[in-house]
Design a protein around this ligand. Sequence first.
Ligand SMILES: Cc1cc2nc3c(=O)[nH]c(=O)nc-3n(C[C@H](O)[C@H](O)[C@H](O)COP(=O)(O)O)c2cc1C
Length: 159
Amino acid sequence: MAELFSPLTLRDVTFKNRIAVSPMSQYRAKDGHANSWHAVHLGRFAMGGAGLVYAEATAVEPDGRRTHGDLGLWQDAHIDDLALITKFIREEGSVPGIQLGHAGRKASKRRPWHGETPVDDEDVTERNEAPWPAIAPSPFPYAKGWPDLRRCRRQILIG
Ligand SMILES: Cc1cc2nc3c(=O)[nH]c(=O)nc-3n(C[C@H](O)[C@H](O)[C@H](O)COP(=O)(O)O)c2cc1C
């Protein structure tokens, strides 16, 4: 039977053990950029010996963020901040992972400590953070009281 501390190889990636740190959103990014908070948050798990360290849900486009504090990877300028962190994780013998994501209808939400409710004018006044139109496969709001989706991409599958 495989043991927790035995290596695991999946295709060409070898993990030194079977401990994987789940993605944990920090809501600390600015304009999608990772910073020293993320470096310490993720780096300490590598220092602790985890085989795999996942970066939190990372938006593939600005509209796909859940909150203004979400990590992003929608422009080249985001790469260097993340690369510094992944370099450190690798140096510690761990494998860096990332959870690419799109918030869909859950976009434009307040950070947990601001209530996880939709961003509105109050956030503009208090933090200069404006709401933005969410994009989702259907036009239905996330929940009662959430704004209508102003844009909606529909995909038609043929075949
Ligand atoms: C602070 C925090 C942030 C989280 N952020 C994410 C996230 O970005 N993406 C995600 O899929 N899950 C997120 N989760 C859920 C965790 O990844 C994980 O699935 C959950 O804690 C259950 O893990 P367990 O089954 O090992 O207990 C978060 C959990 C916590 C506690």
